[in-house]
Structures are given as C-alpha cells and as structure tokens.
Design a protein around this ligand. Sequence first.
Ligand SMILES: CCC(=O)Oc1c(C)cccc1C(=O)O
Ligand SMILES: [Zn+2]
Length: 313
Amino acid sequence: NASDEVIAFGNGVFNDKQMFEAQFIDGVYGLNDTTRGKGIVTNDAKNANKMVTSISKMFTDGAAVNAHTFAQKTYDYYLKTFDRNSVDDKGFKLVSAVHVNNNWNNASWNGRQMSYGDGDGVNYYNFASGLDVAAHELTHGVTEHSANLIYSYESGALNESMSDIFAKMVDRDPEWLIGEKLIKSGPNRALRSMSNPAEIIDTRTESGYSPDHWSKRYIGTLDSGGVHINSSINNKAAYLISDGGTHYGVTVTGVGRDATEQIYYRALTKYLTKSSNFSMMRSAAIQAATDLYGASSKEVKAVQQAYTAVGVL
Ligand SMILES: CCC(=O)Oc1c(C)cccc1C(=O)O
Ligand SMILES: [Zn+2]
C-alpha cells in the first residue's frame, strides 16, 4: 500500500554504504522511518533558508543518507543504553534537514529538528558527515528535555559538553575528537578534542586555545559566554573519568566509557538543572556515581579526582 516500509540502501558522503528503513509515499521513496518512536524523517532544504517538509527521493544524496542513518543510530543508542525513547522519552519525531543555507559551516538543533550545512568544501566537508555531529545535535534535544541547561556561560558550557560527551559515546574514537570527519583542511584536525582540548586552536575568541582547566576558562561574551570553549573543561573531566590520566599533577584512574556514560546520563536527567554551573556539575556527577556504584567506589573516586584535575571543586 502507499506507506510500505522498505529496507533501502544508499551511500553516505564518503560513499560508505548504509542500510536503512525507508517509506514509499505518494509514488516516491522517502527517508521516512516509522519503526522508531514517532518516526525519523530527513528532508532536503534545497539550500533554501526555510525548512521544507517534502520527503523527496534522497537515497543518492550522501548528506541525507548520513543524517538519516546517524539519527537512527543515535535513537538506538539512547533506547538500548538508557531505555530512553527519543529526545523526550516519549518518542519525539526526529526530523533532520540537510543542505540548509549555502556552504553553511554549521549544524544545529533548534528545539524541533536537526539541521546540517554543506560545509564550504574548502575547510569543511558536509556537516552531516560525522556520526558524532548528529549525536551532538540530537543530544541538545535530550538536554532540553531533561536539565534544560541555559545555553550561555557555565550552564551553556555544560550543555555543550553533554552533547560532546554523548557524541563520543555514540561514535567512539580513541582520541575523543569531535567532528574529525568534517575537516577538509585548516590548522585543526577536529572541531574539538576532549582528550587534549588545548591542541585545538579556537579562532572564535582571543584566548586562541580551548581550556583544559577552570583557571583558564574564557571569561567574556563571545560564543554566548564561551559555550563551545569552556565546554572543553568538562570534556576533559569526562575523558579522565573514562580513560584516566595525570593532568596538572593530579592522577585519575579511569573507569571506562560504559560507567562514564551512565554517570553523566544520571547526572543530566536527575541532578543538573537549567542554571547548574561547573561546581554543581562536580556534585551532580559524584552523586550519580554514588547512586550507581556506592560512596567508596572507584567510580566516585575517579569523578572526584577528575574534577580536581581540571580545577573544579
Ligand atoms: C559537533 C557539532 C557542533 O559543534 O555543531 C555546531 C557547529 C558546527 C557550529 C555551531 C554550533 C554547533 C552546535 O551544535 O553547538
Ligand atoms: Zn552544540
């Protein structure tokens, strides 16, 4: 009938073959998955500024195939890892738009959907190219429907850090780099590094480098008070909790990614609030680890040491 669910195949931006559920509607196949929550749909904004809702035939569109399959993979991660049904835990329909604007070096979550630019083709590839980018955007939705951290200054940096942390839990790589697949040329090999934030030159502020200690935090108004800059302080803490290391003379014994993702999800959904700052992040993570593993657990110890290592007490 008109809305047959089919299994389809397409290639991503880098010609990576993907398989996905799609739907046959009104004579065309669309990237429309009705098997997950209230659905997962991917649209082509045709480089217009407005969002179009037409489901057009896009199996040959690498950006659409990536945005769609990465949304599915991220949906599956939250369901399997935390039994969370989409961003609101009520099956929220995941809508993505690709080819948004012209040569747009951006990706976003606007409270209703994900949007991806094509990149300028010089410094960046299509912004739908990285699973971590899609997971980052979708996690903004999870944050919005949980702690709803205000998107500026320290709460905004935590909002950004939550998106980076879960981006790396969905799309794991040994160096915890964010957006490494997007980089075509330029001084940095990623948008951000969680394992070594200071490696990435951040041209958005005069500080130039991403901070890896609270004493080096950016204090200013750019980037909504440094939400993509100071996020690196919490990112470094999360990296240390998971993989361990010695940072500014403080040694952390890592407890692995699986415990780390459980600690941060519980902190995000049970303890953080919209105005939480870094110090409250430390307390929330300690409380979450205590709930999950016990007050004298190695997980609680790792959290305490990691936040001390980045100067958050
Ligand atoms: C890793 C994804 C990311 O950082 O996306 C953004 C970009 C590329 C520019 C501006 C904002 C964002 C965001 O989603 O915070
Ligand atoms: Zn973000």
